[in-house]
Design a protein around this ligand. Structure first.
Ligand SMILES: Cc1cc2nc3c(=O)[nH]c(=O)nc-3n(C[C@H](O)[C@H](O)[C@H](O)COP(=O)(O)O)c2cc1C
Length: 332
């Protein structure tokens, strides 16, 4: 199987995995605005997939559509056998790779032994990586942070990972303790690139943290040619066109919001239909669609950069469904 990481051009961009944000709907919005070179899914828990109760939900999170390609599935957990089980299933689902989350600072995730907690259990982290790798032909990568508590943990933590030769290593330039509260440690890039060269020159190095868009990624590529690619997360909240040089107009941003609503409504209808069918076939799934409230957190993505945007957003935040949102947008 071709390794997607070897096909990406030097200085490539990735949309960061973001739970509750980079789902199949929002990725289509970003693809329409201007796609990164590579998408990641939100993370999916390996043990949910391994359980009868959680599997359907895990598979919903792993839905991909044509405009996603190429896309990497991100997974997390702490049970090596469950890593193998999910890794084995991913090959047929349309993914170009699989990535293991070893950086999430969420306390529930860490209490379950996953995400950044893996920095404190390096042997288990390596075992999970290897179990996943043995179960799939897909290239397996890791996304992590500099350390759990102290910045200089990266000096031992990153070599621990690199000695296993993952296909790619994404380093979010902060510790778990720092969350996203301090500026990313860009000054460490040369040293991190040196570790990659010393321990695993074939591993692609991706840097993440505080990168806002394509222009900055280009500047960073000139400054740090040793780095292979750049991952952008919250930059997409400020500008959904951040993977392009395009300066979006008000009309384009509103069109994009309408496109998001269209995708939301279509998914909502599809879910209701699927669940009603499952129910009629004797399943025990509740017939419900997508929750509307979480959609509201996206409004600021489209409504912040033009005069009147904030008033419009305030009105939309009071809406109870997409019909109301569409009515207000049509009045503008
Ligand atoms: C709302 C939100 C959800 C996130 N969910 C994930 C996730 O599922 N997996 C992951 O590896 N990182 C997750 N992250 C971290 C981002 O991928 C990224 O590492 C972080 O935001 C720093 O990059 P940025 O400064 O470009 O935003 C999340 C971040 C945010 C803001």
């Amino acid at each position: 199987m071709d390794n997607i990481w070897n096909k990406l051009l030097h200085g490539f961009t990735i949309l960061a995995p973001m739970e509750g944000v980079t789902d199949v709907i929002f990725r289509q919005v970003v693809a329409k605005a201007g796609r990164p070179d590579l998408f990641f899914t939100e993370f999916t828990n390996v043990s949910s997939f391994a359980s009868e109760k959680g599997r359907a939900n895990a598979l919903e999170r792993l839905e991909v559509v044509e405009s996603d390609a190429p896309i990497v599935a991100q997974i997390w957990g702490k049970n090596p056998e469950h890593f193998a089980e999910l890794a084995g299933a991913l090959e047929g689902l349309g993914f170009a790779g699989l990535d293991i989350n070893m950086g999430c600072p969420d306390r529930h995730v860490n209490a379950a032994g996953g995400g950044a907690a893996m920095i404190r259990t390096p042997e288990l982290a390596v075992e999970c990586l290897n179990q996943a790798r043995q179960a799939t032909k897909l290239p397996v990568s890791v996304k992590t942070r500099l350390g759990y508590t102290y910045v200089d943990e990266y000096r031992t933590w990153l070599p621990t990972l690199l000695k296993e030769h993952p296909a790619a290593l994404t380093v979010h330039l902060r510790t778990r303790k720092e969350m996203s509260k301090v500026p990313a440690h860009f000054e460490l890039i040369p040293e991190i690139a040196g570790l990659r060269k010393a321990f695993s020159p074939e591993t692609k190095l991706v840097i993440n943290g505080d990168i806002k868009g394509l222009a900055q990624a280009r500047e960073l590529t000139v400054k740090h040619p040793q780095v292979d690619g750049w991952m952008i997360g919250r930059g997409v909240f400020e500008n959904p066109y951040c993977f392009t040089d395009h300066q979006a107009t008000r009309a384009e941003l509103l069109n994009l919001l309408n496109y998001h609503l269209d995708l939301f409504d279509a998914k909502d209808a599809e879910l209701k239909l699927q669940r009603a069918q499952a129910l009629s076939e004797g399943g025990d799934m509740e017939v419900r669609g997508l929750a509307f409230e979480p959609l509201k957190r996206f409004f600021k993505v489209y409504l912040h950069s033009f005069p009147g945007a904030s008033d419009l957003r305030t009105k939309l935040m009071e809406c109870k469904n997409t019909v109301e949102v569409r009515r207000i947008l049509a009045e503008r």
